[in-house]
Ligand binder design. Structure first.
Ligand code: ASP
Length: 325
């Protein structure tokens, strides 16, 4: 019998949601269940290793902040430093799961598995999806094959790569998906079908961020037809160190935005062209004027830029945008 354990870190979300009516999956309070409640709902499967729990947060993930990401990352690395820890599972809300997962993927060293899981139905709902998702996440985190893949996400019988996911539906059970690349494995059978895209896992070691580090402010501006370019100057006035523009098409900057963008760059703001389109990459055509986010969507580009600015890791953003670590 293995003497190892899995560390379960809880942060809240719908997976820990409590509602008044089991038949209503949308009226509930996220983050209302304890770690013990979540584990009790699994029954006592005999194929799970020992589980140690740590309750980090009890929030709806819409309220997650970069300070929370840093706190979760430190808890992950502290847990994995224990010799008997085989892996870490984090319960999280689906709303901002992709941001926390991408951040952790970049700052947590490859090695012992780190697996995030979540649910779309609250724990008190009929056919709640949380218990199976949590059970499968714990099983995957205990797999030796799950090591060195970077951060993983287990939901809805799927093993997904943190670097490839997005929330793709507001209420369907399969709301977390990897739209461009698909799954990396089957969580029910505990098998992998391909390694995740290589390279970026742990490329910004947590140790490069000071203990009291904060991440610089980087905003995303969603540029719609006729949006005001003055939004960029306002972002600068608010003290943003960087702005990611979620632009139409393949990252096309409207002519009316050109002067404002160049003015912001002159003022020392890093301005990145990204795309508001879900699939495909950003054109390098106007890269000489403003760098593009390449394969990164606006949420990923924002975090990559925050980390480059926070650590002074020259070229980090460009490498991640090119699909490398
Ligand atoms: N609002 C919830 C959250 O992100 C949604 C969920 O977990 O599915 O915490």
């Amino acid at each position: 019998m293995s003497t190892g354990h899995i560390t379960l870190l809880t942060t809240g979300g719908t997976i820990a949601g409590r509602g008044a009516h089991a038949g209503n999956a949308s009226d509930y309070v996220a983050g209302s269940m304890s770690a013990t409640d979540l584990l009790t709902a699994l029954g006592h499967p005999d194929d799970l290793p020992r589980i140690e729990t740590q309750e980090l947060l009890s929030i709806d993930s819409k309220d997650m902040t970069p300070e929370h990401w840093l706190m979760i990352a430190r808890a992950v690395e502290a847990a994995r430093a224990s010799a008997s820890c085989q892996g870490v599972v984090i319960t999280h809300g689906t709303d901002t799961l992709e941001e926390t997962a991408w951040f952790l993927h970049l700052v947590c060293s490859p090695g012992k598995p780190v697996v995030l899981t979540a649910a779309m139905r609250p724990a008190t709902a009929l056919s709640a999806d949380g218990p199976m998702n949590l059970y499968q996440a714990l099983c995957v985190a205990a797999l030796p094959e799950a090591r060195n893949h970077g951060v993983l996400v287990v939901m809805n019988d799927q093993i997904l790569a943190a670097s490839e996911i997005a929330k793709t539906h507001t209420h369907a059970l399969d709301a977390i998906a990897a739209p461009r690349t698909g799954t990396v494995g089957n969580a029910s059978e505990r098998t992998f079908c391909r390694p995740p895209a290589p390279g970026s896992a742990g490329c910004v070691p947590l140790a490069t961020l000071q203990d009291d580090a904060t991440l610089p402010e980087v905003d995303i501006l969603h540029v719609a037809a006729g949006s005001r370019p003055a939004l960029l100057a306002e972002a600068h006035e608010r003290g943003c160190a960087g702005v990611v523009l979620a632009l139409p098409g393949n990252g096309s900057l409207p002519d009316t935005w050109r002067d404002a963008a160049l003015g912001a760059v002159d003022n020392g703001v890093r301005v990145i062209r990204s795309s508001r389109v879900a699939n495909g990459s950003v054109s390098t055509r106007t890269a000489a004027i403003l760098p593009g986010s390449g394969v990164l969507n606006p949420l990923q580009a924002r975090i990559a830029l925050m980390l480059e600015l926070a650590t002074g890791t020259s070229g980090l953003f460009a490498r991640l945008a090119a699909g490398h670590g």
